[in-house]
Design a protein around this ligand. Structure first.
Ligand SMILES: *Cc1c(COP(=O)(O)O)cnc(C)c1O
Length: 389
């Protein structure tokens, strides 16, 4: 949103991302007391705005943790001993749902997907039919380890229809940490029962806050849960709303509120379109350098690409040391095999800057990529990312 006062290092990583000027201003304000009316007011405002970001009428609560804390709070608060969840797993983040559930003694059925593959409604329903007794399906809107986007609308619809047919209400929970304010997301229209988000991605704020949004059926599960928990007991937050059980990260609340204000003023649909345009631009650059994207149905949050016989470490090192651009490596078994680049919140000028740095880097590693050959297509694709200028 504001190129000039940023640090020279640019985070082209899918979280954390470079923060907005408004977030920085929020951080710099004097710390408010969390039991003061003025803080309650700011927090209340933030929670109302988050409802607009999730496109929901359901109440949102904020937790002092990174996104994983919200995932853990959901597992500990919505489920009971002996429950069973279904997890379509296509990468590190979707697998995390399974790991957390196992840690709490929840039975887990996993659908193993290829990197970049999105779970289809048919595959999910086939598994529900076979497994029986599934209480919830734990989804990942954007699988940030590969860029794969889940079609939440059709998967949640299929889960509901199956539940109606089998006479059992199966909850859908979606981790929307990297897609919130980045990809189209309509929690209520798409009938997502539980959605989570975090501060350090599309909200253009620092890491440290996470969000949970539950509908009436999810709230009923919360009230019935017999799982042991304390700090991450969502009942404490839902019963208190703007009167928090513990000291919240007040400065982060101010930062996220101010950043989100700006995004909503620009218009959420326009922000999604700007992120789409930026991701398309990155895709053009990366494919022109001869790389293949990991995900066929990709999120706007991150473009992951197979490096093939190129050296992922070398590319990341040159971008960082010579161009002050940080990109993300593959995680776990994808380390060294892919690289991940994110243009969340980046202006057209910043993405063109990335393209020039990528061209120079490709020359250094002996690959043919001439920016001039794609310049016209690239600038046309980036038209939508003018929003940030
Ligand atoms: C970033 C992210 C998280 C949260 O990771 P933290 O390091 O705990 O913030 C969770 N899920 C997805 C899909 C993410 O992209």
């Amino acid at each position: 949103m504001d190129g000039k006062s940023r640090s020279p290092v640019r985070l082209f990583t899918p979280g954390p991302v470079d923060i907005s000027k408004q977030a920085r201003e929020g951080l710099a304000a004097p710390v408010m007391h969390h039991r003061s009316d003025s803080f309650r007011h700011v927090l209340g405002d933030l929670l109302e705005r988050l409802k607009l970001a999730f496109k929901t009428e359901d109440d949102v609560v904020a937790l002092t943790s990174s996104g994983t804390g919200a995932m853990e709070a959901v597992v500990a608060s919505l489920f009971s001993r002996g429950d069973r969840v279904l997890v379509p797993a296509a990468g590190k983040f979707s697998r995390r749902w399974a790991e957390i559930s196992e840690a709490y003694g929840v039975h887990v059925s996993v659908i193993d997907l290829e990197p970049g593959e999105s779970p289809s409604p048919e595959r999910v329903v086939a598994e529900l039919r076979q497994t029986r007794a599934v209480d919830a399906v734990l989804l990942t809107h954007c699988e940030t380890s590969t860029g794969g986007l889940t079609d939440l609308r059709s998967v949640c619809q299929a889960v509901r229809d199956f539940g109606r047919w089998s006479g059992k209400r199966i909850l859908t929970c979606s981790d929307c940490t990297s897609s919130l304010c980045v990809d189209e997301l309509r929690k209520d229209d798409w009938q997502v029962d539980c959605a989570i988000g975090a501060s350090q991605k599309g909200l253009l704020a620092p890491p440290g806050l996470s969000f949970v949004c539950l509908n009436a059926d999810a709230l009923a599960r919360m009230e019935a849960s017999d799982m042991p928990k304390f700090y991450f007991d969502l009942r404490k937050y839902y019963h208190g709303m703007t009167e928090y059980p513990f000291t919240p990260a007040v400065s982060l609340v101010c930062a996220v509120k101010q950043s989100l204000d700006t995004l909503l003023t620009l218009g959420l649909e326009k922000v999604w379109a700007a992120c789409r345009s930026a991701a398309d631009g990155l895709g053009i650059v990366i494919e022109a350098a001869g790389f293949r994207k990991v995900a066929a149905h990709g999120s706007n949050a991150v473009v992951a690409f197979w490096v093939g016989d190129a050296d992922a470490d070398e590319i990341a090192r040159i971008l960082s040391e010579e161009h002050d651009i940080v990109v993300a490596q593959g995680q776990q078994d994808l380390r060294g095999r892919i690289l991940r680049v994110s243009a969340i919140g980046k202006s057209r000028a910043e993405i063109l800057g990335f393209a020039r740095a990528f061209e120079a880097t490709m020359q250094r590693v002996g690959r043919r990529f001439v920016l001039r050959d794609i310049e016209e297509r690239l600038t046309a694709a980036l038209e939508g990312s003018r929003l940030w200028e």
